[in-house]
Structure formats: C-alpha cells, structure tokens
Design a protein. Structure first.
Ligand code: ADP
Length: 383
C-alpha cells in the first residue's frame, strides 16, 4: 500500500481532542484523514480532510464509514464493535481489533482478561446487577471498604464508588457491575506501550498521575515518574505483556497502581492515545500520536526517550451551567518559559469537561511541577 501523497485514507472514529492531536502528525506526513463524529463542532471537524457526521455506536454508520477508508483506527472506545467485526471479515484493517475493543469496553471483561492471562490486577467479582451484589458480596469474601464499578460507560471516575458500609449500596443501578478490593495506593502510574503490525514494541517512559479528589479526573501527569529503576522496568514489562496478550496494534495506555508494598497492579487499559501521554508532544523524541500512526501503518516505531522532563496540567470546565467557554488569565502565562498551551476547540464549557491542557517543561522536574501547580490555580475554565 502506498501511504504517502496517494489515494490512501486513514479513517478515525471519534472526533475529539485525541483525534485532533493525532491529525497534527497525520498532516505532517501528509496523510489523508477521514473522521466520523456525531458532533458537527467536534475538535477534529476543521482539521480532517473529510469530516463525516455519523454515530460511532451505530452499525450502519460505522460500516458505511469503514468501507470508504483503507485503515480504521479510533480515538475513543465506545464504537460499535459488531460493525468493526464485519469490516474486519471483509478484509478491512481495523486497529485496535474489534475483539480487543469489545473486551476493553467492559471493565468486567477486562478484569476476566487479566485473570485469564495471569496479568496482575486487584481481586474482583463481577455481578449482573446490584441486587446480586448485595446478596452475595459477603459470601464472596469482600469486606468494607471495597470499590464498586459500573462495567460499562464509566469514564473519568464516573461509575466508580468507594463502598464503606451497607448504606453506600443503597442506590439504584440495573446493569452489570463489579467490585474490587480497595488497594492502598502509593502512586498511580501509566505506561503507554506502542505495538505495530509486525509486533515491534516500545514503551514511553513511565509517568505518575495525580487525580483531583472531587472529580476523580487526572489533574497532573509528571514525566518521568518519581520511582526506582526496578519499578519502572516492572511497570514497562507488565504493559508490554498486556499489549502482547491483546495482540494490540496501536497504543495501549496501561493505568497502574503502585501499592504501598511496591506491588504493581493493572487498573485499566485504553487502546488509543491517552491523557497520560499528552506531554510526549514536547517531552519525548516521538509523540504518542506520531507513534500511534506508525503502529497502524506498520512503520518502524520512533524513539521514546525523554528530551526534557515535564508536567501536563489538564484544563477542565469549572462552570456548573454549560456555556460559551472563557479561559480566564490564559494570556498571563504565555511569557513563562517552557509553557505549551493546547486548547481543544470545544465551544461550550461544562463542569469537568476536558477543554485543553498545558505542558510545562523544565530540565528540573521539581521546577516544572512548581510552575504547573501555580498555573493550575490561576487559569479558570469557565463560561
Ligand atoms: P475511570 O475508568 O472512570 O477513570 P477507574 O476504574 O480508573 O475509573 O477508577 C477511577 C479512580 O478510582 C482510580 O484512578 C483510582 O484512584 C480509584 N480506584 C479505582 N479502582 C480502585 C481500587 N481497586 N482500589 C483503590 N482505588 C481505586
């Protein structure tokens, strides 16, 4: 297949900020991109060579989109996997595969997958609904506190609850769910591992994530993580094993818990560019987006080493009522050395919506962290 300056079309399902940043690199290689999203004003809309309005969860929309491109990839998990399976059977290249996406769409199936493949993860139990959980969790040897999760459609901490007593189980929920033993977390780490069609693999340096206590959203990503070489090596090995077991093509972001006893457990994975890899644009030799393109086109992978340490700060909406976005005080940080501002281009801000991010680089990671935390306090995303 002739990839460059030809009739080749890279199809991307989902038109959010991850797709937008993927397209910066696709453009650098002059690849033709075709994107589908249901929102006419999605961040990708103005950048894609072709932008199609369609529903990524709809069988017919996905099949019709897939038929018109050479390679299909995703920037979000919530895709109709039956449609992807049909396209694969017809010989279309779909990365990640329909099978991998289907497993990852369910937290319960992910946990079963880790168990089946001997990948380290917390003890868990799947239930078909909340009633079944209430009647059985004690026999299943779970004690308070434990962590409850909705199997599907949770994101950014929505669909996760810490259950401390019986009263905490007094909510209504009809669908599949699971509980996990509550881990004493020392640090939350992430490794993004890239795997191309030929099976070549490379990890980005391990990063440390700090979450906002109220929203459960990632607030800061620090590169490199403040961990020992031994932990870094073990974390990368777990990420590579996981990518291999999934037979991944593309990026796999592996979110990990480092326990107080220095054990490393997989929390969850995402088969696409990830919020914990945005800093790679400025901090690493190759960005996660460039690397994803290399994977799905079966090109040699880029070097992942750190050029300069950094911290990524998420900019999320703080306004409770949805409205036109204002980035208050953003003009004041343009003159701080090492500051890179990314605005995703979503017109409306609402509470906890990811609207942009800022990466701060510095030879001294402590200095970068200090600037990052100061900036986070000053900039307000409101309407
Ligand atoms: P989401 O997919 O919505 O981001 P996660 O499954 O990653 O949800 O959980 C959100 C957060 O909840 C994690 O980042 C972690 O801080 C906490 N958490 C999740 N599972 C556990 C667990 N088993 N033990 C302790 N804390 C957990």
């Amino acid at each position: 297949m002739q990839l460059f300056s030809s009739n080749f079309k890279l199809g991307i399902l989902g038109g959010g900020q991850l797709g937008k940043m993927l397209m910066y690199d696709a453009k650098r290689y002059d690849l033709h991109t075709k994107v589908m999203d249901s929102n006419q004003e999605a961040p990708c809309a103005k950048l894609a060579d072709e932008f199609i309005i369609g529903d990524i969860t709809d069988y017919d929309d996905v099949v019709s989109f897939g038929n018109k491109v050479d390679i299909i990839t995703v920037e979000i998990e919530k895709i109709n996997t039956d449609a992807l399976l049909f396209l694969e059977k017809k010989g279309k290249k779909v990365f990640p595969s329909a099978r991998t996406l289907k497993v990852i769409q369910s937290k319960s199936d992910q946990k079963d997958f880790y168990r089946q493949h001997n990948l380290p993860s917390s003890r868990f139990k799947n239930y078909s609904n909340l009633d079944e959980l209430r009647n059985n969790f004690e026999n299943d040897n779970f004690e308070f506190p434990f962590v409850w999760k909705s199997s599907r459609f949770g994101y950014d901490g929505k669909g996760v609850k810490i259950i401390k007593n019986y009263d905490d189980l007094n909510f209504s929920f009809e669908n599949e769910c699971l509980i996990e033993e509550k881990i004493s977390i020392h640090k939350e780490l992430s490794v993004i591992v890239a795997r191309n069609i030929s099976g070549e693999m490379k990890c980005f340096p391990v990063v440390e994530m700090e979450f906002n206590e109220n929203s459960n959203l990632v607030e800061y990503v620090m590169c490199p993580a403040n961990i020992s070489n031994d932990i870094e090596k073990r974390a990368m090995q777990i990420a590579m094993n996981t990518s291999e077991k999934f037979n991944m093509v593309g990026l796999l972001a592996v979110e990990l818990f480092l326990t107080k006893e220095d054990k490393i457990l997989i929390n969850e994975v995402a088969p696409r560019p990830h919020n914990s890899g945005h800093h790679t644009i400025e901090c690493c030799m190759t960005s996660q987006f460039d690397q994803h393109i290399r994977c799905v086109l079966d090109l040699p992978l880029g070097e992942t080493e750190i050029l300069i340490p950094g911290i990524m700060v998420n900019l999320v909406g703080e306004n409770k009522v949805e409205g036109n976005v204002i980035y208050k005080n953003i003009n004041d940080i343009f003159d701080i050395p090492g500051v890179f501002i990314h605005i995703y281009g979503k017109k409306k801000s609402r509470l906890n919506r990811k609207m942009g991010h800022i990466t701060i680089v510095n030879r001294d990671i402590e200095k970068a962290i200090e600037i990052g935390k100061k900036i986070k306090k000053e900039i307000k995303v409101i309407s």
